[in-house]
Design a protein around this ligand. Structure first.
Ligand code: UGY
Ligand code: MN
Length: 247
């Protein structure tokens, strides 16, 4: 149901934020052409991660040079050819890529309307660990596991679980009524997008009804809890920073 004019479900606070598709305003991103770029989460709101939704027209493209920024991209819909360094592959909906720091990446030949969600973080190297590597894959190749033994909350870990990686990106899928087992409070930051379904997200002391397309930022130590509601499963894709000492 459309919201009454002058109203929004969006909330941007110092420790968490909710941005809904009704709020989107595009900006231009260096290296990206023929696409709308909506920066949903960024250091401008206090985050250490940037989460950006790219929506490509036919003929659009991205060419991003190597730097100390690493990029994870997930195809929310449509499809395109993606290259990370010398590796290249056509990715469809559910496909994803990881370009480590020091690696260029590009996207070309998108189907009209192709949507890609990016999570970008400045890499923090950990001496003595193996460097993160380029990856082009698909969520269907990643086995899910019941979260803390609960079959109603299924977790897919999309990046290698190795100490060299300082970021993780996972997919959580909940059966209707499935929920996080307890209110989490942790040092890791999250950027998140609802992929499908509905639910209620608790962020600090507020409860938000959420649905597909909504994006959420949770600062470190933001109290968080989710329950899937409605008649269909709810799924979300989320980022977190991992494997680095607090000091
Ligand atoms: O990995 C996590 O911290 C995850 N359980 N958090 C969340 O889904 N809000
Ligand atoms: Mn969490």
């Amino acid at each position: 149901m459309p919201e009454l004019f002058g109203h929004t479900r969006a909330h941007v606070g110092p420790r968490h934020a909710l941005i809904t598709p009704d709020n989107h305003v595009g900006s231009s991103l260096p290296g990206v052409t023929g696409a709308a770029a909506v920066v949903l989460v960024s250091p401008a709101m206090g985050a250490k991660v940037a989460q950006t939704l790219l929506t490509f027209q036919r003929g659009g493209a991205a060419h991003i040079g190597a730097s100390d920024i690493q990029t994870f991209g997930y195809v929310m819909g449509g499809g395109a050819k993606v290259s990370v360094g010398p590796k290249a592959r056509r990715l469809g909906e559910g496909g994803y890529f990881f370009a480590p720091a020091g690696s260029d990446w590009s996207l070309s030949a998108p189907r009209k309307g192709t949507q890609v969600m990016l999570f970008q973080k400045r890499f923090e190297q950990l001496p003595g660990t193996r460097a993160p590597r380029a990856l082009l894959s698909d969520q269907s190749r990643v086995k899910g596991v019941p979260f803390l033994g609960d079959p109603a909350a299924n977790l897919q870990v999309l990046l290698p679980d190795e100490p060299g990686y300082d970021m993780a990106v996972n997919i959580f899928a909940y059966q209707p009524g499935g929920h996080l087992p307890f209110v989490e409070v942790h040092i890791m930051e999250h950027g998140l997008v609802m992929l499908s379904g509905h639910g209620v997200y608790r962020l600090e002391d507020s409860w938000y009804p959420v649905k597909a397309g909504d994006a959420i930022w949770m600062a470190p130590y933001c109290a968080q809890w989710f329950v899937a509601m409605g008649k269909v499963p709810a799924r979300y894709l989320y980022y977190k920073d991992v494997n680095r000492p607090a000091l």
